[in-house]
Design a protein around this ligand. Structure first.
Ligand code: SF4
Length: 441
């Protein structure tokens, strides 16, 4: 039975996709910041991939220096606002907060971070300055969290930066692939605008860098190139029926939902295949769009899922039903999916095996595949000297993020295989420092 009514208007959509981390008001921020113990050697700070000085910015909020708090955040993380909303804080900074040891609710670090950064963004208060021009130019491929962070850091260091983005909007997965109840499009885009307005990097939209000739042209015109290309479309499962019209990749589904909102036609019965965080997002969103029944089918056990347990709980809370040890064998139908045929699995001596005679069918009128994404191998193979690992991720120096081709640096999902926005932000910034070291200006 559906927990959510089908949204008929933008207001309905916003109600169904109510923000998980709503913006704090001044009183809430003051009260919450007063609970912080301002720990020496704060564990929250070590748990943050970008190592923001969390006790310092919380103290700044508490003493009314909100712009100073935002500056402390941006000093380490150019995606400070987005990360406050989309980071899995439960397993990062908030998960490490000392209050957990006393079974007291941890400090709401993400919401406080969002409070400070939102305030400077909405007031337009300027915090950054482009560095004195050093005469060097850097091209960035991809305007996702890694590319934007790299651009910001380079601009502060005095580089002339141009970004090439295949889509018509920036921010990569923050705006295109994150569940709408984590961050709105407006918020994701407002942060890029805020940074761009002060730092002056240029973004060429609708320009897909795909050929060797294009890469060679960039190599001629720029002193260094940063690859923030992310990962590609949803991988194929090589199942019969996968090409049916109502079989869609999870990332493609989330992207369409974020931009079309209530105009998406959501069928009654949905099967989501996968056990990662993207699968949880897709299942939860299907339920919030008013689907009557949403099944989340995973071929291994519940404990084996790659998703955070709080993401699964969120999906279940939205009305999603988990089906475990169910391996998809075929998508049934004629041109249109009408069901998925599964076989049950079990572990035998550490190996997943199919249980003979255990096949069953779940009827549905939409299948969402959340079973991983392809890598940008075709583009990357055209770059001389670039090394890829067995999973087709770019191999980089862990300190400088320089690739096997010294002119190219890389960060984000193309390097880490698909992680959080905060990891992309960290890697983009570190790569900018690596570029600066390489160019030696
Ligand atoms: Fe404050 Fe918790 Fe961090 Fe300590 S661990 S500084 S209480 S947020």
């Amino acid at each position: 039975m559906a927990e959510y009514q089908r949204p008929q208007s933008e207001q309905d959509f916003d109600r169904n996709f109510k923000q998980k981390k709503p913006l704090m008001n001044q009183t809430e921020a003051f009260t919450e910041s007063s609970r912080c113990l301002f720990c020496y050697d704060a564990p929250c700070m070590h748990a943050c991939p970008t190592h923001i000085d969390i006790p310092l910015f919380i103290k700044q909020i508490h003493t009314g220096n909100v712009a100073g708090a935002a500056e402390t955040i941006y000093d380490m993380n150019w995606m400070g606002n987005a990360c406050g909303k989309v980071c899995p804080t439960q397993v990062l900074c908030e998960g490490a907060c000392v209050h957990n040891h006393a079974h007291v609710k941890p400090i709401e670090i993400g919401r406080l971070q969002n409070y400070a950064t939102h305030q400077v963004m909405s007031s337009g208060e300027r915090l950054f300055q482009k560095g004195r021009p050093n005469g060097k130019k850097v091209a960035i491929i991809g305007a996702g969290p890694a590319g934007i962070s790299c651009a910001c850091e380079l601009c502060v260091l005095g580089y002339d930066v141009e970004i090439y983005e295949a889509k018509y909007k920036p921010s990569g997965l923050t705006a295109h692939g994150t569940a709408p109840y984590k961050i709105t499009n407006e918020e994701a885009l407002a942060e890029i605008e805020y940074l761009q307005e002060q730092l002056g990097f240029h973004i060429h939209y609708g320009v897909s860098i795909a050929t060797e000739a294009q890469l060679q042209d960039l190599e001629t015109r720029y002193d260094a190139i940063f690859l923030g290309v992310g990962i590609g479309p949803t991988s194929s499962l090589h199942l019969q029926g996968e090409d049916f019209e109502n079989v869609i990749g999870a990332v493609e589904f989330v992207e369409a939902l974020r931009f079309k909102k209530h105009h998406i036609q959501m069928p009654q019965n949905v099967v989501v295949l996968g056990g990662g965080n993207t699968a949880m997002d897709a299942a939860s969103e299907s339920a919030r769009m008013g689907a009557e029944r949403v099944y989340l089918a995973y071929r291994r056990s519940k404990d084996d899922m790659g998703a955070y347990s709080f993401e699964y709980d969120l999906a279940v809370g939205a009305g999603v039903q988990g089906v475990f040890n169910a391996s998809p064998k075929e998508i049934l139908g004629e041109g249109k999916a009408t069901g998925v045929r599964f076989v049950q699995t079990r572990q035998e001596n550490g190996t997943l095996v199919e249980v003979p005679g255990s096949e069953f069918v779940i009827a549905c009128d939409m299948v969402i595949k959340a079973t991983g994404q392809t890598k940008m191998g075709a583009l990357l193979q055209q770059i001389r000297g670039l090394e890829l690992d067995a999973s087709k991720r770019i191999v980089v120096d862990p300190g400088t993020f320089q690739t096997g081709n010294p002119k190219y640096f890389a960060g984000g999902d193309a390097v880490n295989g698909g992680a959080e926005v905060v990891n992309g932000a960290y890697e983009g910034k570190q790569a900018a420092l690596g570029i600066d070291q390489y160019l030696g200006v």
